[in-house]
Write a protein that binds this ligand. Structure first.
Ligand SMILES: Cc1cc2nc3c(=O)[nH]c(=O)nc-3n(C[C@H](O)[C@H](O)[C@H](O)COP(=O)(O)OP(=O)(O)OC[C@H]3O[C@@H](n4cnc5c(N)ncnc54)[C@H](O)[C@@H]3O)c2cc1C
Length: 386
């Protein structure tokens, strides 16, 4: 430790973004404290659960597609460092009408970048996968190099390597106050520390924390119901038989639906609506979201007749949405040693390793490895009140 301050960097929040950032800092030899308000592991934020979808063909947001190559390599490196399997290649089946933006973006991006995709129709798809019923004008695009990340294990792996490289993880200890300066004072529920830079990766709690630092941006935490549906023929949708699945604008022309093969609960397929009601992360389970269950039930009954039409298991998780669905990765406009990494809008897990690299670079005053202009704070018409 330096005599003028306790840590080079303090990272607040040990979800995937904070854990991947801390991993990067420790591997660069920086003394780093990772603070987490809850005892770990916990299921109160956005990074818990066993699975997340990953894919290279980021059809709509091209700046993330550019980052995906490194994200794949980094997950692979983490597998080697921890001698753990963190990824299963399954492919991802996207469907929708021919003119759907996501479908077209995926086909176009894949062609331009040499990513293998197979474009098929209802007839062809019927021979390959369990029964799915979609309108005849729908196309199916199989992105063959997509797959599943083992989320809980990945999170743990980043934290393990962080600690092995000298990082300190203190859980059950919440940040309560930040006193800015060239050396920052960080107050917590258990004590006080000083550091050169602080990185805030606090997930949905950013909506409460950022205004205390004068940052008022339109963050919208929403509750997602992760639903599992029992297979009528056990094993029919298992790993190796069914890929991950996605339909953008699937319901009412606006809500997306995504699915994963039966895996974490054998015999139960994960199929979810990618939207939900506004939520305060401290009162996550006190919201009325029966409308979400009703919509996804109808979707499953209409399109997946070989699944039971009631979910057997429903587990909550939180997305922190930003209107343009771009991440927020930037320095505080007044204090350049306060770094913000929030608003991952339901698609931040796969990119955790690259987000971690960029946030670490910002904290160390280095030029970010990627063009993060779509993720800057200045895209919001907000006033910093400090
Ligand atoms: C159901 C669901 C499915 C998803 N599917 C995918 C997918 O398929 N692919 C994909 O790429 N992404 C997916 N995502 C999105 C992805 O999981 C999130 O973008 C990502 O987990 C966000 O991580 P985070 O670290 O920002 O937030 P979090 O995981 O919420 O971590 C923030 C942490 O900060 C801590 N914290 C907050 N305040 C304080 C404080 N004052 N002091 C100390 N600690 C504090 C919290 O306790 C929490 O642990 C999905 C998300 C959900 C909910």
């Amino acid at each position: 430790m330096n005599s003028d301050y306790n840590y080079d960097v303090i990272v607040v929040g040990a979800g995937i973004e904070g854990s991947a950032t801390s991993y990067q800092l420790a591997k660069k030899g920086k003394s780093t404290l990772l603070l987490e308000q809850f005892p770990i592991p916990h299921n109160r934020g956005s990074s818990h659960g066993q699975t997340r979808i990953t894919r290279k063909a980021y059809g709509v947001y091209k700046h993330y597609a550019i980052m995906m190559e490194e994200a794949y390599n980094s997950w692979n490196l983490l597998e080697k460092e921890t001698n753990t399997t963190l990824y299963h290649e399954t492919g991802m089946l996207c469907t929708g009408p021919r003119d759907n933006t996501f479908i077209n973006g995926t086909i176009e991006f894949s062609k331009t970048n040499g990513i293998p995709v197979e474009v098929t129709n209802q007839n062809d798809i019927g021979n390959k996968y369990p029964r799915m019923t979609f309108p005849t004008n729908y196309v199916f695009v199989l992105d063959t190099c997509a797959g599943i990340l083992l989320a809980d294990k990945g999170l743990r792996a980043f934290q393990d390597i962080f600690r092995q490289n000298g990082g300190i993880l203190k859980d059950n200890e919440a940040l309560t106050n930040i006193i800015p300066g060239s050396v920052i004072t960080v107050q917590t529920t258990k004590g006080q520390y000083t550091c050169k830079s602080i990185i805030l990766t606090v997930g949905p709690w950013a909506k409460q924390l950022l205004p205390t630092l004068g940052i008022h941006i339109p963050l919208k935490p929403i509750r997602i119901n992760v639903c599992y549906w029992k297979e009528k023929n056990p094993g029919e949708y298992g790993l190796g038989k069914f890929p991950t699945f996605y339909e953008s604008e699937a319901i009412d022309g606006k809500y997306s639906v995504y699915g994963l093969p039966s895996m974490e609960y054998p015999g139960y397929v994960k199929m979810c609506l990618g939207w939900g009601p506004d939520v305060d992360p401290n009162d996550r389970d006190f919201v009325n979201d029966q409308w979400v269950i009703s919509k996804i039930k109808k979707y499953v009954a209409d399109h997946f007749p070989n699944l039971h039409s009631e979910p057997s298991i429903v587990e909550p998780c939180i997305y922190t949405m930003v209107p343009d669905e771009d991440f927020v990765l930037d320095k505080h406009p007044k204090w350049s040693n306060i770094i913000i990494g929030v608003g991952f809008s339901g698609h931040g897990f796969k990119l955790g390793p690259v987000v971690g690299k960029v946030l670490a670079e910002l904290a160390l005053g280095e030029t970010p490895s990627y063009d993060i202009s779509p993720c800057r704070l200045n895209r919001f018409t907000f006033q910093s009140k400090m």
